[in-house]
Design a protein around this ligand. Sequence first.
Ligand code: SF4
Length: 338
Amino acid sequence: MTSRPTVAIESEAQQIIDRYHEMSDLDLAAEAGKVCRQVHGEGVLLRGLIEFSNRCTRNCLYCGIRRGNHHVQRYSLSEAEIRESVRVGFQRGLRTFVLQGGEDPLWSTTDIARVVEWIKDYTCGEAAVTLSLGIKSRRCYALLRRAGADRYLLRFETSNPELHSYLRDGISLARRIEALKDLKDLEYETGTGYMVGLPGESEWTRVRNALLARELKADMVGIGPFLPHPQTPLAGSPQQPLSLTLRAVSLVRLLLPRCHMPATTAAGSLDPAGREKALSAGANVLMPNLTPTIYKADYQLYPGKICLDESGVKCIGCLSLRVKTVGRRLDFSIGAAL
Ligand code: SF4
């Protein structure tokens, strides 16, 4: 895989644009929703999210916790706070825990490995551990895998190489793809994803995003709308409608029927019914936020994030009601890659 689109990808991207361009939002969502139900059933898998550190050495232009944002109150959970969040989630029935943070050098790989080992011990191996810690060396990924980590999320955000370098603090798309390949080689269940509606993005970019996710053989693909954060250099960028994101969710569902796809909190932040709409358009996962409530407001990669005052357990109750409105039910199983 190179960061440059091949002729074959260009040609397939054109075919996809030709095929889906004329389809209405509703027809596309209906087709993707049907495929989702055939492959994944009515259940909506739950992943308990723990945002354990908002410290980050990177300066991605769109991100509310970029190192250049001096308005953010920085925090890191203690290991005891992480353990308590896991205990609460496990007792409520969750069987996947996602440890997510910025690229924080104060958390060593060994420290994270110790937390992973604790979760696997505490849950007697019944729960999966997903890490989302950004780019690390293959050696670090291997150490974390040996500690018991099952899954890793590393979104590429855009398949446009120039846009990627510009938005992501000079990190090349090729470097991110290399990291994703390392994760695959190490037999992680691998998640990736992207934003929709970034400044400088075209319909071509969006189709190539989906094709890149397929080329990477992603087990999970998270797609959320770009929401311009007022404390970033992209403040004042236009807000694109949620429908663009929903079309992207549907396209990935049609290209990658077996992958797991969250109905993202970002979609719910742009539109109060955004997550329900994403579920109807092909998503099959929700991520209740187990981070202690006192920290939630300080982890805003995008503005207007919802559910900042609710505990993770309360979120599960709310999600249970919400999924019923679209004819679905919560599924507390581990939800491994298919
Ligand atoms: S997107 Fe991730 S790597 Fe970039 S600044 Fe935000 S937390 Fe850091």
